[in-house]
Every structure is written in structure tokens, then in C-alpha cells.
Design a protein around this ligand. Structure first.
Ligand SMILES: Cc1cc2nc3c(=O)[nH]c(=O)nc-3n(C[C@H](O)[C@H](O)[C@H](O)COP(=O)(O)OP(=O)(O)OC[C@H]3O[C@@H](n4cnc5c(N)ncnc54)[C@H](O)[C@@H]3O)c2cc1C
Length: 391
């Protein structure tokens, strides 16, 4: 059986669903193919089940890419306000958690339902449980599938996402298809992911699993002020997830454990204190953490016994705790994939390949990675919308 259609989109995630509805609104015949049994699985698990569907303050500075300007055009043509209008049109109630992060009041399924309704009303057909076995281009694209025969289409949109969370459907289909057509992709690695450090770190700090500390975590010139969270194996928490998208293995990150004030000045002011350093530090940091940190790095002394040099060293250790990244928890725990289809290969206006007419790449499969906080979905909506106007 051969079905002819204007547009085939592969991957019914955030970007694919948005693109399908938009292309169908232009009266294009659209088929959206998903290999799992359900559309939008990642949306369902996102934001702790409440989907942080956008960030009101999103701009190109919140995205990482070898070409940081690429995302500007699509982001400006489909803004957080546009998505908020869509959410409001569907009577989905939401709230701002912090820093512009918008979440559903009820659950993430509302966002998937909304996108499926948009697809249905505009006439896009969503096919699940269907695998694409081969893609060929002979004028039009020809796709051989496992359950629905052959599709012939003028435009082919790849919206298969990145490699994170393979157990809910992630595949390397997008990168393989790019390679088949001679389109480059940048290095792929896990992003927004818990980090692991040298063995001695786990020995000392693994016992603190569950403890969190408000910190500034810095890599090079990039820093994030949020919590860090100790795990059995390393560090997680928003500040670590954010910095994980920037740093690589064997590179050093710096943690400022006391970002509110200068600890050296505090020690100087309290230089007459008869408190043990560990007890003194417990006044500013979680008790368990202060104990382990002191045991590992600091002298067993009373505050009034500290020399100026010691006070400076202690302060430096707390404000500039250097950790060498040994690895990460990998794609099974990563929220996103950093890197992707080289944006130099794509039109920033349409998301179409510059080399292969009619072939588009949208969403996370591209080399555009958002920060934690609703930015990755905003990229999925904006790039999906952009391709939807042209595919
Ligand atoms: C646990 C978790 C929580 C997250 N929370 C948030 C959040 O709150 N806010 C936010 O902005 N971002 C969040 N993200 C990131 C966000 O989910 C992704 O960036 C976004 O879903 C990317 O959209 P996409 O459409 O490009 O890819 P996806 O949504 O991953 O969709 C890709 C689709 O393609 C399908 N597919 C893959 N291979 C094939 C194939 N060969 N054939 C057919 N179909 C295929 C997949 O099954 C999937 O349905 C979270 C991610 C995770 C893992």
C-alpha cells in the first residue's frame, strides 16, 4: 500500500505535534508517525508530571548551541505568549513557580491532549506504533514503514528528539537520517544531568544523599545560583543540572557554598568565638554537610585559634570548592541531549536543510539546548511552528 501525502513528520513529541497542527492549518495533508504506542510521552513525564511548558522570560541567551544566533528567528516568531494564548484557549490553568517558569495546575496530560486536539481539528493524522524502516528521496521522499506500507511525501520533518530517556522511546533516528543525507551533526552528550566526581568524593559525600545547599555553581564564565543536591553517587539539583550542559569530563567546576556573604569577613568579626569551627559552620550550612566537609577539608580547631592564613584558606574552600567532573549519570537520567543537527546545515527561518530540499529538522534533535526551566519546550514549540509554516 502506498499513501501520498504532502507532509510526513516523524516523532510525535512536543515539536512534531506542534508542527503537524500548524502545517495542517495551511491545508497541507499531514501524517505524524510515532514508533511508541502513545504521542507526547516525554511531555507526560515532564516538570514532575506538571509540565513546565514554557518560560515567560525565554530569549536566545537561555540556549546553548555552536551557533548561538540560530534560534533567535524562530523564538521571535513563536513566543512564550503565543503558547500561553494556546494554553488559555484550551482552558488549561497554570501557575508560575519561579523565574518565569510556567507549570500546569493539574497535569502534563492536559498539554498532550491540547496538542492532539489541535492536530485533529486541523486535520493532521497521528499514527502510533509505527516504525520507519527506510527513507529514500527520489524527487519526493519515500518511507517504508512496519505497519502502514509506504508513504510518499513532498516534505519530511524529523522530530525524533534526542537520546535522553531511551526507555520511553528515544532513538538516534534523527542523527542517522541526517548522516544518510550528508548532513552533519555536532557532538552529542547528555545535558541537564547529575554529575559524578572522583571516587574519593563519593566516599566522603555519598553519605549526604538527600542534603541540599543553596549555592552558585560556576564553569568558566557561566554560573547558576540554585540548590545543589547530594546523591549516593555525586551531585544533582538544579544548579548542577544547569552547569552539566556546559562542562565536559575532566573539567573543573567551582561551587560557592556561601553565596550570601564573605565567610572570611565573618570569621574576622567573630575571631574571639570559642565555638569549634564545625559548630560555627553549622550555623550557616546544613549540619550533616558541615560535619563531613570539616572532617575532609578543615582543621579541628576553635574559631579563636585560627590564623589569618587558615581563615583565608577555609573561606576560599567554601566559596570556591573545586570539583573535577569525572562523568555523568548518562542519557538514562539526562533531561536533554546537548548537541545535534549542525544548525549551519539548516535555515533558521524554516528549519529546512540547506542541502536537501524538503527535509526539515525540529526540536531537540537540532543543536539547540535550553536551560532548565521551560526553555526546551519553548524551543520545541517555536521550531515546530517555524517548520509548520513552510513544510
Ligand atoms: C524527565 C524529563 C523532564 C523534562 N521536563 C521538562 C520541562 O518541564 N520543561 C521543558 O521545557 N523541558 C523538559 N524536558 C525536556 C523536553 O521534554 C524535551 O526537550 C522536549 O520534549 C523535546 O521535544 P522534541 O519534540 O524535540 O522531542 P521529544 O518530545 O522527545 O519527542 C520525540 C518523539 O519522537 C519519537 N521517536 C523517536 N524515534 C523515533 C522513530 N525512529 N520513529 C518514530 N518516532 C520516533 C519519540 O518516541 C518521541 O515521541 C524534560 C525532559 C525529561 C527527560
Amino acid at each position: 500500500m502506498t499513501t501520498k501525502t504532502d507532509v510526513v513528520i516523524i516523532g510525535a513529541g512536543a515539536a512534531g505535534l506542534m508542527c503537524a497542527a500548524e502545517a495542517a492549518k495551511r491545508k497541507r495533508t499531514v501524517i505524524l508517525i510515532e514508533h511508541t504506542e502513545k504521542a507526547g510521552k516525554k511531555i507526560l513525564i515532564s516538570g514532575g508530571g506538571r509540565c513546565n511548558f514554557t518560560n515567560k522570560n525565554a530569549s536566545h541567551v537561555n540556549f546553548i548551541s555552536d551557533n548561538p544566533h540560530f534560534c533567535k528567528s524562530a523564538l521571535s516568531r513563536y513566543t512564550p505568549d503565543d503558547f500561553i494564548s494556546l494554553v488559555e484557549k484550551h482552558n488549561i490553568y497554570y501557575h508560575e513557580k519561579k523565574d518565569g517558569q510556567l507549570f500546569c495546575n493539574k497535569n502534563s496530560a492536559q498539554i498532550v491532549d491540547m496538542l492532539l486536539i489541535e492536530c485533529r481539528e486541523s486535520g493532521a493524522e497521528v499514527i502510533t506504533d509505527c516504525n520507519v524502516q527506510s527513507v529514500n528521496k527520489n524527487g519526493s521522499f519515500e518511507l517504508e514503514t512496519t505497519t502502514k506500507g509506504v508513504f510518499k511525501c513532498e516534505s519530511l520533518v524529523i522530530a525524533t528528539g534526542g537520546l535522553s530517556i531511551p526507555k520511553i522511546g528515544a532513538t538516534d533516528f534523527g542523527y542517522r537520517t541526517a548522516k544518510q543525507f550528508g548532513i552533519k551533526h555536532t557532538d552529542i552528550r547528555p545535558g541537564l544531568v547529575p554529575l559524578l566526581f572522583k571516587n574519593e568524593f563519593t566516599e566522603a559525600f555519598g553519605q549526604l544523599s538527600g542534603v541540599s545547599v543553596d549555592s552558585v555553581v560556576t564553569y568558566g564564565k557561566t554560573g547558576f545560583r540554585e540548590n545543589i543536591l547530594f546523591t549516593h553517587r555525586g551531585l544533582s539539583g538544579p544548579a548542577i543540572l544547569q552547569i552539566s550542559s556546559y562542562c565536559r569530563n575532566n573539567e573543573t567546576i567551582s561551587v560557592n557554598l556561601l553565596p550570601e556573604f564573605n565567610f572570611y569577613e565573618k570569621l574576622k568579626t567573630d575571631s574571639g568565638s570559642k565555638s569549634l569551627l564545625v559548630n560555627y559552620l553549622s550555623g550557616y550550612l546544613p549540619n550533616r554537610f558541615a560535619q563531613v566537609f570539616c572532617e575532609k577539608y578543615l582543621p579541628l580547631k576553635y574559631v579563636n585559634q585560627l590564623s589569618e592564613k587558615e581563615a583565608k584558606e577555609i573561606s576560599d574552600k567554601l566559596h570556591n570548592w573545586k570539583l573535577i567532573v569525572e562523568g555523568s549519570e548518562g542519557f538514562s537520567k539526562a533531561e536533554v541531549t546537548c548537541g545535534g543537527i549542525d544548525t549551519n546545515e539548516l535555515s533558521s527561518k524554516t528549519m529546512e536543510s540547506k542541502k536537501v530540499k524538503g527535509l526539515y529538522f525540529i526540536g531537540e534533535v537540532t543543536d539547540v539546548t535550553g536551560w532548565l526551566g521551560g526553555f526546551n519546550f519553548q524551543w520545541a514549540w517555536a521550531s515546530g511552528y517555524a517548520a509548520g509554516q513552510y513544510a
